[in-house]
Design a binder for this molecule. Structure first.
Ligand code: OSB
Ligand code: MG
Length: 368
């Protein structure tokens, strides 16, 4: 393949709910949609998952746009590649900016799959034909609202419930949930809101049989999580701390976590995500696919990735209708009885719905 031109669509989509974490709230998703055209006319799409503000990682919509426009797209246009794995190799001279890299890398995987007439799931080594789906429920204004949200999620068949916690809204919240639902698969995500000084408090969570606690300590820490993991029986799952296979190796060798949340954007693309999968499969480390409140293109990529065998835990990969009135793909990603079917057709298995996309496009820029 040889990339000929790229269009970046700047998109804003209203969400169906307000999503609140220890950092703040979101009720719309602003993102970049990458439309890449190969010299043979094949068009591939990638979604940049970065948010408007750098509260989750350092990247933003604007920093990604800058990286894509000034570095990544110029590096890729006109280069002949045999396989999309070569994209991350090519980008290795650029430090970090993983969500920007993943956005265009994902589009190249899409082009490759169409040209070689295979599904993205198959090209990545996927084996599952359906994936288990969990839900991430943000911080709620009241305990009643939280219990209602959980009841609704269970009624829809979600295979796992994740709730956000923060200092002041943690043990108490989990205690309340466990009083009503002693046995549901439950986990808590702290989004880096605690320090080692909170060890005794976090130990109180051990009695609630949580599947895991996600990213309790600092976003850039791997060392202190190892200290915390030794003090907890609840498995720690790392999210924000993991940007590469090298980070995964460090975390596993230090004992910083027992589970890894893999996000394609955070680790710089599908190739690195697959490499992390392969390493974790070899070392018997459980992994699952995280979410960034993606629209349809990013969601389709998450579904394909989750079809790989070591994704043994349900991911944050809800169906389109959980987030959007109308997603930008057709068909929509649909969850039925806690599962999403993995498309086996050529490419990502969903078509971009241009009519819907047009409603949400703010601007478009062309690069040749
Ligand atoms: O910490 O996993 C996280 C959403 C935005 C930013 C960070 C996180 C999340 C989620 C997943 O919890 C939400 C989803 O995509 O359903
Ligand atoms: Mg998280």
């Amino acid at each position: 393949m040889k990339l000929q031109s790229v269009r970046i669509h700047h998109v804003k989509m209203p969400m169906k709910f307000t999503f609140t974490t220890s950092f703040g709230s979101m009720n719309e998703k602003e993102f970049l949609l990458i439309e890449a055209t190969d010299e043979d006319g094949t068009v591939g799409y990638g979604e940049c998952v970065a948010f408007v503000a750098p509260w989750y990682t350092e990247e933003t919509v604007k920093t990604c746009w800058h990286m894509l426009e000034d570095f990544l797209i110029p590096m890729l246009i006109g280069k002949t590649l045999q396989h999309p794995d070569e994209v991350s190799e090519l980008f290795s001279s650029i430090r970090m900016n993983n969500m920007a890299k993943a956005a265009i890398e994902g589009a190249m995987w899409d082009i490759y799959c169409q040209q070689t007439k295979q599904s993205l799931s198959h090209a990545l080594g996927g084996t599952r034909t359906a994936i288990d789906v969990g839900i991430a429920i943000g911080l709620q204004p009241t305990k009643e609202a939280l219990l209602t949200a959980i009841a609704q999620a269970l009624a829809k068949g979600y295979a796992r419930i994740k709730v956000k916690i923060k200092p002041g809204a943690d043990v108490d919240i989990i205690h309340t949930i466990r009083e009503v639902y002693p046995d549901i698969p439950l986990m808590a995500d702290a989004n880096a809101a605690y320090t080692l000084e909170d060890t005794a408090l976090l130990q109180q969570l051990d009695r609630y049989n949580l599947l895991m606690i996600e990213q309790p300590l600092a976003y850039d820490d791997i060392v202190e999580h190892a200290t915390l993991q030794r003090a907890l029986s609840t498995p720690i799952c790392l999210d924000e701390s993991i940007h590469s296979l090298a980070d995964v190796k460090r975390a596993i060798s230090l004992g910083s976590c027992k589970i890894i949340n893999v996000k394609i954007g955070r680790v710089g693309g599908l190739t690195e995500a697959r490499n992390i999968h392969d390493y974790c499969a070899m070392h018997n480390v459980a992994i699952w696919c995280g979410g960034m409140l993606e629209a349809g293109i990013g969601r389709a990529h998450n579904v394909a990735l989750t079809s790989l065998p070591q994704f043994t835990l349900p991911g944050d990969t809800s169906g389109s209708s959980h987030y959007w009135q109308e997603d930008i793909i057709s068909p929509q990603v649909e969850m039925i009885d806690g599962q999403i079917k993995v498309p086996q057709t050529v490419g990502i298995g969903y078509e971009l719905n241009d009519k819907v996309l047009q409603k949400y496009i703010v601007s478009t820029r062309n690069y040749t």
